[in-house]
Design a protein around this ligand. Structure first.
Ligand code: SF4
Length: 266
C-alpha cells in the first residue's frame, strides 16, 4: 500500500520485548527502566496475526527487534510462525549477539533469513564499558555462528556519537571488512528531542522514502519512530489499526515522548 505521500509501505519492524541482557549507555539507564507487564505483552500467535494482515496490505519485509529479542523464551517458535506466512521476501532480526552462538542454527532452521548485530566497539574493555558489562567475545562467536548457519548477509549496526571516523567505529569497520560483514553507522538519536539522521550505509532516517511501520510489544502500530501517533490493535482490530497507521503516517518525524529505544527497537 502507498501512504498519502506516495511512499510504498512494505516494511514492518516488530518489537517483541522491552527486556535486554545488556545496558547500553545510549539506550537504558544503569538501573534499567520500568518494564512492560507480561500480561500486556502480545502472544506470539497475536504477532503472527498482525504479520498475516500486514502482508495482505503489501508488507514484504519483516524484522524482529526488542529490547533484545533472544531473551524472550520461545522466540524460535515465533520465527517459525512468521516464516510460514506467504509474501515475506526479507525476514530478519536485530540482536546484540550475546546469545546468537546458541540460537543461530535454531533460527535458521525455523526460517529466519538474516541478522543484524549491534556492535559499537571491538575492544573488550570499551565494549564492556559501553554495554555496562557485556562480553564482546560472545558477540564475535555469535557472528561466526550466524555466518556458518547461513543467516546472511550478516550486517553490523554500529552506533556512533558524532561520526563514523571515531576510534571505536573505525575499529568496528576494519573488523567488519576482515570478516566479510556489511556495516552501517547509526548516529545516536534522541526520541524525545527528535534528533535523528539518516543511517550511513542503510536507508533508515530518510523520511522522504520511508517504508516502515512498527509494532510494539504491547500491540501498538506506530507509523513513525519519531512520533506519538499510534494505533492499538486491541481497540481497533488489526486491519483497521494497520490501515489507519498507513493513511495517517506523518510526512516526517518529529518527537516521540511515548516510547524508549528498549521498547520500540529503533
Ligand atoms: S522519522 Fe519517521 S518517517 Fe522519518 S524515516 Fe524515521 S520512521 Fe520514517
Amino acid at each position: 500500500m502507498f501512504d498519502c505521500y506516495n511512499r510504498k509501505i512494505s516494511y514492518l519492524r516488530i518489537s517483541i520485548t522491552d527486556r535486554c541482557n545488556l545496558r547500553c549507555y545510549y539506550c537504558m539507564p544503569e538501573g534499567g527502566v520500568p518494564l512492560i507487564g507480561h500480561d500486556k505483552i502480545l502472544h506470539y500467535e497475536e504477532i503472527a496475526e498482525v504479520v498475516k494482515e500486514a502482508t495482505a496490505l503489501g508488507i514484504d519485509k519483516v524484522r524482529i527487534t526488542g529490547g533484545e529479542p533472544l531473551v524472550r523464551r520461545g522466540v524460535e517458535e515465533l520465527v517459525a510462525m512468521i516464516a510460514q506466512i506467504p509474501g515475506i521476501n526479507d525476514f530478519g532480526m536485530t540482536t546484540n549477539g550475546i546469545l546468537l552462538e546458541k540460537y543461530a542454527p535454531i533460527l535458521k532452521e525455523a526460517g529466519l533469513h538474516r541478522v543484524n548485530v549491534s556492535l559499537d566497539a571491538i575492544n573488550p574493555s570499551r565494549y564492556r564499558e559501553l554495554t555496562r558489562g557485556g562480553d564482546v567475545e560472545q558477540v564475535f562467536r555469535g557472528i561466526e555462528a550466524a555466518q556458518q548457519a547461513g543467516l546472511t548477509p550478516v550486517k553490523i549496526n554500529c552506533v556512533v556519537q558524532q561520526t563514523s571516523e571515531e576510534k571505536d567505529a573505525r575499529e568496528v569497520k576494519e573488523y567488519s571488512r576482515s570478516h566479510n560483514l556489511e556495516i552501517r553507522f547509526i548516529h545516536q538519536m534522541s526520541l524525545e528531542h527528535g534528533c535523528f539522521t539518516t543511517v550511513e550505509g542503510g536507508d533508515g532516517g530518510d523520511c522522504s522514502r520511508c517504508s516502515r511501520l512498527r509494532l510494539t510489544a504491547e500491540g501498538k502500530i506506530k507509523p513513525c519512530l519519531f512520533s506519538d501517533i499510534e494505533f492499538d490493535i486491541k481497540e481497533l482490530g488489526i486491519r483497521e489499526a494497520l490501515l489507519q497507521a498507513i493513511n495517517l503516517k506523518p510526512e516526517k518525524g518529529s518527537v516521540n515522548t511515548l516510547n524508549a529505544f528498549n521498547n520500540i527497537g529503533g
